[in-house]
Write a protein of this length. Structure first.
Length: 318
């Protein structure tokens, strides 16, 4: 499929995108806004009419590079190829609305967001794609969500074998992460890194500010050297909501779900077969945190069983 790249030869992100697409042998048409007045006019018309650009305009951005398929969809179609980051940068840095679809794999190594770094209110949906063997020295082995951005891990997508100092799969600095449609996070981990403070937390997901919603899917066989496979930071703006899905087979020190603060809503799904070496095999909750238990219209009550810990195999409140 042909991909039209709209950007500028003066824009580093445009040049990087062209390089990545060339490496996967995509058919590219490049519209250089710095060299063609007609192309600039056409892009401005697209930018004014396409809802993808509302957040970009609101924040004073230009919205390039933009990717347009033959049917007019703004997307990045991996089409079974692999995109790999180079030079210690994420494989993809996204600052607009993008759908990542279609059977490919992404991997990379960076300080934040080994494979994907989302910034400036970007909205990214991923389906049918795998992020694998990615590593972040600090935050988000696979994905780092920042600046009010949102990331949806959707149908047919997997994050596997990724590592970071915090958030082995996903780290939410400020934004939202949704896991749905049987998407998988598995075999991810966090490690100690003397170059950064408080590493080893959130073997799968770390929420500093913003939200993680597990609507459906699985979080399995992940590990942390310290606390939490899912770590909710001591921040009133940090939220975790589980309405369905499975959290199982994970190992860490305290709390498969570790709530240091913020708000946790457990309304459905299962938390089973996890092991903590100290306390809170299923859930570890600090006193003063906000919790809602019960059912919603979308799901049945959460099931917590078969977890192991020295103190509070199912639930530990500090």
């Amino acid at each position: 499929m042909k991909v039209t790249v709209i950007g500028s030869h003066l824009c580093p992100d445009t040049l990087y995108a062209l390089n990545r697409l060339s490496e996967v042998k995509a058919e590219i048409e490049f519209k250089n806004l710095s060299a063609s007045l007609p192309d600039l006019k056409a892009y401005l018309a697209l930018r004014d009419s396409d809802p993808h650009y509302e957040a970009v305009k609101k924040n004073g951005g230009i919205g390039i590079p933009a990717f347009v398929l033959e049917d007019g969809t703004v997307t990045l179609d991996l089409a079974g190829h692999t995109i790999t980051g180079i030079g210690g940068k994420p494989a993809l840095t996204v600052e607009s609305d993008v759908a990542i679809i279609g059977g490919g794999t992404i991997s990379g190594t960076a300080t934040d967001g080994g494979a994907l770094l989302l910034r400036n209110n970007a909205n990214v949906t991923m389906t049918g794609t795998t992020i694998t063997n990615s590593r972040a020295a600090y935050r988000g082995g696979a994905v780092c969500v920042d600046s009010g951005s949102s990331f949806t891990l959707g149908q047919g997508s997997t994050i596997t074998g990724c590592q970071a100092g915090r958030g082995g799969a996903v780290y939410v600095i400020d934004g939202s992460f949704t896991q749905t449609d049987d998407a998988v996070i598995t075999n991810c981990s966090v490690f100690e890194n003397a170059a950064f403070s408080a590493c080893g937390y959130g073997g799968a997901v770390y929420v500093a500010k913003g939200s993680y919603t597990l609507q459906n899917g699985s979080v399995t066989n992940n590990s942390a050297t310290q606390n939490g496979i899912i770590y909710i930071a001591n921040n009133s703006g940090a939220e975790f909501t589980m309405t369905k899905g499975k959290i199982s087979g994970n190992t860490c020190k305290n709390g498969t779900i570790y709530q240091a603060g913020g708000t946790m809503t457990l309304a459905g799904g299962s938390i089973t077969g996890n092991t903590c070496t100290e306390s809170g095999g299923g859930v570890y909750q600090n006193g003063g945190s906000s919790l809602l238990l019960g059912n919603t219209h979308a799901s049945q009550d959460v099931a917590i069983s078969g977890n192991k810990a020295v103190n509070g195999a199912g639930w530990y409140i500090n």
